[in-house]
Design a protein. Structure first.
Length: 175
């Protein structure tokens, strides 16, 4: 296994059915070009994603070009999460930003965290963030930051429950 590949086991309680708790196995690994269709499908599969993504088969070349750029950059880690049958059930991207403040510190940024719709509500997102936090620490980042759309109040509550604080006011300009 490469440095980025890891396997975790955890107990899932399915609140959506009468099924008992079960042990769930997840494998985290670096994404490959063959994973891009499934990743973009997850990115486009929510209310905001539907308005800004262009999921179709074949994928527009822009997604493949972006993957090539991400894959070539040692400070970018596009990760997929597989279940025990090797199906991709989640994705996230970590960016490691070197800067001069904090005595030349490294800041990790997590983006594009998505879980396949049929896998939501099982604790997978929490395990993905725990993995990402540990990965950021291994890369000597002194903090992990994220941005979230204000139109996602449930996501904001989830991030706050993980310990994230709304410490800054973010601003953007779209071109």
């Amino acid at each position: 296994m490469c440095e980025l590949t890891s396997i975790i086991l955890f107990i899932v309680t399915n609140h959506l059915s009468d099924r008992k708790s079960e042990i769930y196995k997840m494998k985290f690994r670096k994404a490959t070009k063959n994973d891009i269709v499934k990743i973009v499908d997850m990115i486009a599969d929510d209310n905001l994603g539907k308005t800004r993504e262009n999921f179709q088969i074949p994928l527009p070349i822009e997604y493949l070009n972006a993957f090539e750029n991400i894959d070539a950059d040692q400070n970018q880690e596009l990760i997929v999460v597989e279940n025990e049958t090797h199906e991709i059930i989640g994705t996230l991207q970590l960016s490691f930003i070197q800067y001069l403040t904090y005595q030349g510190g490294i800041r990790a940024q997590i983006e594009t965290v998505r879980i396949r719709k049929d896998q939501r509500g099982r604790g997978i997102g929490k395990k993905m963030f725990e993995w990402a936090i540990n990965r950021a620490k291994k890369r000597n980042a002194h903090l992990l930051q994220l941005t979230t759309d204000k139109k996602r109040p449930d996501a904001i509550k989830f991030y706050e429950a993980l310990g994230f604080k709304a410490s800054h006011e973010g601003m953007k300009i779209h071109f």
